[in-house]
Design a protein around this ligand. Structure first.
Ligand SMILES: [Zn+2]
Length: 365
């Protein structure tokens, strides 16, 4: 049970640590943002991460993501990976990153497993080994230990404990993890965004080395990267049969800022640009989308906005609605009801999307 500090209403659909309700986010956006910023500040201070993207006039500019930090001497950028040391940015590079990896037997629980090559055989024989699920092969899951957003419901929040640690892994190490049974590599996290140059470096080497066999390059991302990096991701996924999975977290920008700390503008622009190329290779899908149904915050109105947007570009783009599980600063919220999840599914179909589904049905109440 949480209380909204603006309207004093209490409800189990209000996150107490966030301290503001959906109605106030929509009707009193400036005040709601102020309340939300406090929660973001607190959640980031716990891990030594900057409260907001630094904007020092004389700072070094990092243009990898939407935050476009200007990092002053002795400080870190928002994601916590790059530091201004005596006037130059140090930290991760194309050769070194903050990440970990493991193999998952296919078919795995990837957000696009219901449509992707490894999960269904879509694109066989060019992009998949079998006409059905790729049993006997593996996904190399590459987990990056930093993010460009600060979602208050982050399900992998523990990566924050690793972001500022000095240890790095090399591109060579990750390259060596790709074995003969690896048929796809999926970059996730955190988010791949702050370390896309590293991921592209290893991916290009791997694709060249294994060009005679199937090796798909896939991404699970919040879509906040710069356009140049996005284009390089699209190229390599297009070529290899990989899927780029965009997590579209909220349609309303104020709500997006409340939940993630950052605007959705770049994500929306990038999705539109990438999705416009989805017809270049429809099977397996180049682009897929997902939205987490956060109880009390992501409702039919949000889903309608996102679904309409996706359908206006290409109604064939697969869209997953993901069931919520309480984590991080929103661990006091309940599970999503079956009824609301199905109402959202119908809304997405009404807006014209041809492929919509609810992921993790077992998490519905
Ligand atoms: Zn309220």
């Amino acid at each position: 049970m949480g209380i909204c500090r603006l309207c004093n209403r209490s409800s189990r659909f209000i996150s107490d640590s966030l301290g503001v309700c959906l109605q106030c986010i929509r009707n009193a956006s400036d005040e709601a943002l102020e309340v939300a910023i406090e929660c973001h500040r607190k959640s980031r201070a716990e891990f030594g991460l900057p409260a907001e993207p630094p904007m020092a006039k004389d700072g070094i500019r990092c243009t990898i993501c939407v935050n476009e930090c200007r990092i002053q001497e002795g400080s870190y950028g928002y994601c916590g990976l790059r530091k201004n040391e005596k006037g130059s940015l140090v930290g991760v590079s194309v050769h070194e990153g903050k990440l970990s990896w493991y193999h998952d037997p296919l078919p795995t629980n990837c957000v696009a497993d219901w449509v992707c090559a490894g999960g269904t055989g879509a694109g066989y024989p060019e992009y998949a080994y079998y006409k059905g699920p790729e049993y006997g092969y593996k996904n190399l899951a590459v987990f990056f230990h930093a993010c460009t957003l600060n979602c208050l419901y982050c399900q992998n929040w523990h990566f924050r404990q690793e972001t500022l640690r000095p240890e790095t892994r090399t591109a060579e190490d990750m390259f060596m993890a790709i074995d003969n049974k690896t048929s796809c590599i999926c970059y996730f996290g955190g988010d791949p965004t702050p370390q896309i140059p590293f991921a592209l470096n290893v991916s290009r080497r791997a694709v060249e080395r294994y060009k005679k066999r199937i090796l798909r390059i896939c991404w699970e991302t919040n879509g906040t990267m710069n356009r140049g990096l996005l284009n390089e991701m699209i190229e390599i996924s297009l070529q290899t049969g990989g899927t780029i999975k965009f997590d579209l977290k909220a349609w309303d920008d104020v709500l997006h800022k409340v939940l993630t700390g950052v605007t959705n503008e770049r994500t929306i622009e990038n999705f539109a640009s990438a999705a416009a190329r989805s017809k270049k290779r429809p099977s397996p899908p180049l682009i897929a989308a997902s939205t987490l149904l956060v109880p009390g915050y992501i409702d039919e109105k949000e889903i309608r906005g996102i679904a309409k947007f996706i359908a206006s570009i290409d109604p064939e783009i697969p869209y997953s609605l993901l069931a919520f599980y309480p984590h991080f600063y929103m661990r006091d919220l309940p599970l999503i009801s079956r009824e609301l999840a199905y109402r959202c599914l119908h809304v997405a179909q009404e807006e014209g999307l041809k492929q919509v589904r609810i992921g993790n049905l077992s998490l519905l109440r």
